[in-house]
Design a protein around this ligand. Structure first.
Ligand code: ADP
Ligand code: TRP
Length: 355
């Protein structure tokens, strides 16, 4: 029996961080033995925010090295670059004929990014759709919301549907896009009276999803938050970042509740350290003998122990162009094979047929 198809992608918008590692990469590695896994670098999606071409190219390369260094094995999983599969671009055009601009405009990620592009800060409660539409339509041509940003969900749906993936491990912020993918699949099937696409779902790992916190006391480590520990950070940089992490004045009495910044440090410690070390610092917090400086030193060393072998592998891989090219060629070939089959079917179903 053929294995179920798992697909996920990360946009090439910079280096990968500890949040990406625990929230995505380490999970991908676990899946590659049991599923037909396809992991790709969503460089076309990155274009929606108009990156510098040099930086985009460099980012695609480093993310590829970071995928491999984190343990994704090209002999087990298909690793490819989105733009190496031109079938995706054609199917994006075809699927767009069945996507409503209204439903795209109501997407949370679109609203956030469109506001950012126009330099508007709107409070979430004041989510007035009409005012938002007027702002977009009335925007000057040099401060515009590009059409690619609007059709981002179509492109993501195509990534998934063209590979016939049914399981898509993504973060919470991507669930709405996945919901749209299911809607587009259903719509396509019912419009053409076919049972062609299956509906893809998030991968349920069971238990609470991992959320890696930032070092600035805030909720989530994220590229746009500027609070990241990157897999590529060298120990000196990493120690500095950890030692600068936000804390508080210390426990206010025995067994007092923890403030968010300190709880975040413990979350990071739990991810990277041994249970004994975690217990030692938890006890020290409970009996008020904790010194945050010691906690940070320990945390920095434990993170370094996790990231050092990965960083070394990243650098080795980045120095081996030939290897990277081979992986990417092989991945593109496999990804294109399935994509071409789907595209041929979709063209046929939609009436784009050869004479
Ligand atoms: P960023 O928020 O830094 O831009 P992305 O949105 O590109 O990261 O995320 C790529 C993948 O990494 C997604 O699957 C996302 O769920 C995961 N991820 C990102 N940040 C975290 C985090 N802090 N904790 C857990 N998972 C994360
Ligand atoms: N939109 C996803 C993100 O921002 C990246 C992505 C693009 C993706 N296409 C995908 C993820 C297909 C899963 C499947 O994180």
């Amino acid at each position: 029996m053929s294995k179920e198809i798992v697909l996920s992608g990360i946009r090439s918008t910079g280096n990968l961080h500890l949040g990406n590692y625990y929230g995505a990469l380490s999970k991908f590695v676990k899946l590659q033995d049991d599923y037909d896994c396809r992991f790709f670098i969503a460089d076309l999606h990155s274009l929606t925010t108009n990156p510098d071409p040099q930086q985009l190219h460099a980012s695609v390369k480093t993310i590829l090295a970071e995928y491999l260094a984190s343990g994704i094995d090209p002999e087990k999983a298909t690793i490819f670059i989105q733009s190496d599969v031109p079938e995706v671009a054609e199917m994006y055009l075809l699927l767009n004929m069945h996507v409503g601009i209204g439903e795209l405009m109501r997407t949370t990620a679109f609203k956030d990014k469109a506001r950012k592009a126009l330099g508007i800060t709107a409070p979430a409660e004041d989510d007035d759709d009409e005012a938002f539409e007027r702002q977009i339509i009335g925007a000057s041509t040099n401060k515009r919301v590009n059409a690619g940003l609007l059709t981002y969900p179509t492109l993501m749906a195509v990534d998934i549907l063209i590979q016939k993936a049914t399981k898509v491990p993504v973060g919470k912020d991507q669930l709405q896009h996945l919901e749209l993918t299911r809607r587009f699949a259903r719509r396509f099937n019912s419009f053409y009276g076919v049972e062609y696409f299956s509906e893809p779902y998030d991968f349920d790992f069971g238990g609470e999803p991992i959320k890696v916190p930032g070092l600035d006391g805030s909720g989530k480590m994220g590229k746009s938050e500027g609070n990241c520990i990157y897999l590529i950070d060298d120990p000196k940089v990493l120690r500095k970042k950890v030692m600068r992490a936000v804390t508080d004045e210390g426990p206010q009495g025995p067994d007092s509740p923890m403030s968010e910044p300190v709880a975040n440090l413990f979350t990071l410690l739990e991810l990277t350290s041994t249970p004994e070390v975690v217990k030692h610092f938890r006890d020290a917090y409970a009996n008020c003998s904790i010194r945050y400086g010691d906690l940070k030193k320990q945390l920095a060393e434990d993170i370094i122990a996790v990231t050092t072998p990965i960083r070394e592998r990243i650098n080795d891989i980045l120095a081996d162009d030939e290897y990277m090219r081979r992986v990417i060629r092989q991945g593109a070939e496999k990804a294109r094979e399935s994509a071409a089959k789907t595209l041929a079917d979709v063209r046929e179903i939609m009436g784009i047929r050869k004479f």
